[in-house]
Structures are given as C-alpha cells and as structure tokens.
Unconditional design. Structure first.
Length: 356
C-alpha cells in the first residue's frame, strides 16, 4: 500500500523538555487510514495533526467499538530514535481487534507507517532524562448508525505526544487499594483486549480509591473476588521469597509487553519467575510471615511502579520498608537502559526509526 506524506505548513513551537506532563500536547502530524468492506484498509496518509470530524451518530461515540495501543519512541545519547518491541503492539492491536469485531490490519505496514510518522516528527522526541515520545495508535468504528452491530467502516489513526519522566523526582512508590466491590472485567469479557470498555469500567473504583487517599486500584477477579489480576491499568508483580510471581494470562488480564520483558529478564538472571494464580489471602499470609518483599506494577508508561502500601478491608500493609525494592529498581534500570540505548540489546527488542 502507498503511504502519502503531506507536511504541515504551520509547525507548532516545540515544548520545553523539562516541563512535559503526560498526554497533553500533540505533535505536528498524525497518521490516518480508513476501512470499508469493499476497499479494505485504504488511503494511508501522514498529514497535519487535525480534529476528526464525526457525525453525532458515529457508532464509536455510542457503543465504544474501539481499540488502542500505547508505546514510546526514545532518543539515545547519540541522537538515534528507537522503539521498544513495537511488533508486539501491532500484534496485540490485531488480537484486540478480534474481541470487538474490528477488521485486522497489516501489522508490517502499520509499523512501517508508524516509523515514518515518528521520523517526520522526530524533533518532537524529547531529550531530557527519562522523557520520551508516547505513540497512541487507535481504531474507531465510523458508521453513522444507531443500531447495535459491528460497524462496516473504520478509521485507524496514530497520534504522538511528548511525555515527561513518569517519576520526575526519582521513584515515587504508590499506595493501592483492593476493591472487593467493583470489578474491571471477567473471564470471557474484554479484559484481554486494549479497549475503551475496560477503562470506562475502571473509572468509578479509581475515584473511590483516590478519595480514600490511594493512587491505584488492585483488581481482584470478577467471579470469586479472590484472585489478584491487575493494578490500575498495569500488570502486577510480587516478590515472594526472592522469586517473582505474577498472575497468569487467563482471559481477563491484558498481556503486557512490560510484563513479558520483566519475565524474560528474570529468567535470564536466574530469578525464579512464576506465572500462577495468587489470591489476596495468600498475599496477606505472605505479608504476615515476612516472605512478601516487594509489589510493583508493570506497564509502558512507568515501566515499573513500586507499591509502598496496600489497603484491604480494615488492614493497611506496608510493603517491605515502604521504599523502592531492589528488584523493582533492577528491572527498571535494565529495561530503560535498553530503551535509551545505554545498554546492549541481547533480546533484539530495539527497532530503530530511520530518517525520512
Ligand atoms: C496497556 C495495559 C497494560 C500494560 O501493557 P504494556 O504493554 O506493558 O504497556 C496492562 N494492563 C492493562 C489493562 C493495559 O491496558
């Protein structure tokens, strides 16, 4: 497929790298591509960043038939721009598509377009320590229709946003709140898909947690409310007796790429790493007998997000000594060193963005 590139005549002013937040600012260009049943995916184009005009009846606005991805471009000290395991994001976009009846994309082509887009806006990849360019691909249902059925037409777009360091003053451990009243998803639902519904389902509990003074919700399974699943919108990892434990991908957990990278590193470092069910009762017992050493979230935005406190019913546990644990620190350093080109890439995770 052809990829048209139309450059803006009115480039915006680049932001100050030291004041970047998350997802508030967007670059000069975006990628757009449309789908219709007779043409398939067509009209792939990089063009000036602009609003998407939508009729009020556009299906995505009503029934949430949409999926997305999140990844980053990193600038190395020698001014190269690189991506981290982006083929995984493309594969996951297609997996998510299947759950909500969205037609598949050509993964290699969309990755090619994504690289071109980043290359066109490469000046927007920030330079300050631990900053990056966040990349958001999404697909939305575009039919004008209020009936409930899968849309026939779709728009795929990719937007870019320069983002600041997640922990601007060094690691800042978070406190989490176990919800045994709300559920995010259930087996057989959409938990394995990166789709809007799961985020909509998480908002209310997150607000309850925040009002109680906690940063994130620890989600238990939707059926028995016993098995630990995820934390906020991250996968969760425990260090118990020196080994890593994370819940298995049993149908209601998103297959995180950071999760997979951490498991890969753990195996490389001969750290026992188990993907197995873990209940809230087991966690309480492990805290009680002193074998629970660390808890941290894993996801692209933060890489690793250490947990200092966990609240469940009337108990508030302090995890370890309430500071960042050595395991969280080690995974964070190893992964970010590869992402920013400060270390070798023994697993072939890095994909360079070439000049246009
Ligand atoms: C995106 C996401 C993650 C993390 O996945 P990464 O590929 O590591 O960024 C975890 N859980 C949920 C629910 C997510 O949407």
């Amino acid at each position: 497929m052809d990829l048209k590139i139309i450059k803006t005549k009115m480039p915006k002013e680049l932001p100050d790298d030291s004041t970047l937040g998350f997802g508030q600012m967007f670059t000069d260009h975006m990628f757009n591509m449309d789908y219709s049943p007779d043409k398939g995916w067509y009209d792939a184009r990089i063009e000036p960043y602009a609003p998407i005009m939508m009729d009020p009846s556009t299906m995505v606005l009503h029934y949430g038939q949409t999926i997305f991805e999140g990844l980053k471009a990193y600038r190395t000290s020698d001014e190269k721009i690189q991506l981290f395991r982006p083929e995984r994001n493309m594969a996951r976009l297609n997996r998510s598509a299947g759950f909500v009846c969205i037609p598949e994309i050509d993964e290699a082509f969309v990755l090619h377009a994504l690289k071109k887009l980043v290359a066109v806006d490469k000046e927007w990849v920030p330079r300050a320590p631990e900053t990056s360019l966040y990349i958001r691909p999404a697909i939305v249902a575009m039919d004008h229709y209020l009936g409930v059925r899968p849309s026939h037409t779709y728009r795929l777009f990719i937007m870019l946003s320069p983002v600041g360091a997640y922990f601007s003053e060094g690691f800042n451990p978070v406190s989490i709140w176990v919800s045994d009243e709300h559920v995010r998803t259930v087996r057989g639902g959409l938990g394995e898909a990166k789709t809007a519904a799961n985020y909509a389902a998480s908002l209310y509990a997150a607000q309850v947690a925040r009002k109680a003074g906690y940063t994130q919700v620890l989600w238990l399974d939707g059926i028995e409310q016993r098995h630990i699943e995820e934390v906020g919108t991250m996968n969760i990892m425990f260090v118990i007796n020196g080994g890593l434990v994370t819940p298995p991908l049993g149908g209601s957990i998103l297959a995180g790429i950071t999760r997979d990278s951490i498991l890969t590193l753990a195996r490389e470092w001969n750290i026992p790493a188990a993907e197995r069910p873990i209940t809230i009762d087991e966690l309480m017992a492990a805290h009680e007998d002193g074998s629970l050493q660390e808890i941290f979230g894993a996801g692209t935005a933060a890489v690793v997000s250490p947990v200092s406190h966990l609240a469940w019913k009337d108990k508030v546990l302090t995890i370890g000594d309430g500071r960042v644990g050595p395991m969280a620190q080690r995974f964070y350093k190893a992964i970010t060193d590869i992402q920013y080109g400060r270390a070798d890439d023994p697993f072939g995770w890095i994909v360079p963005v070439e000049e246009v």
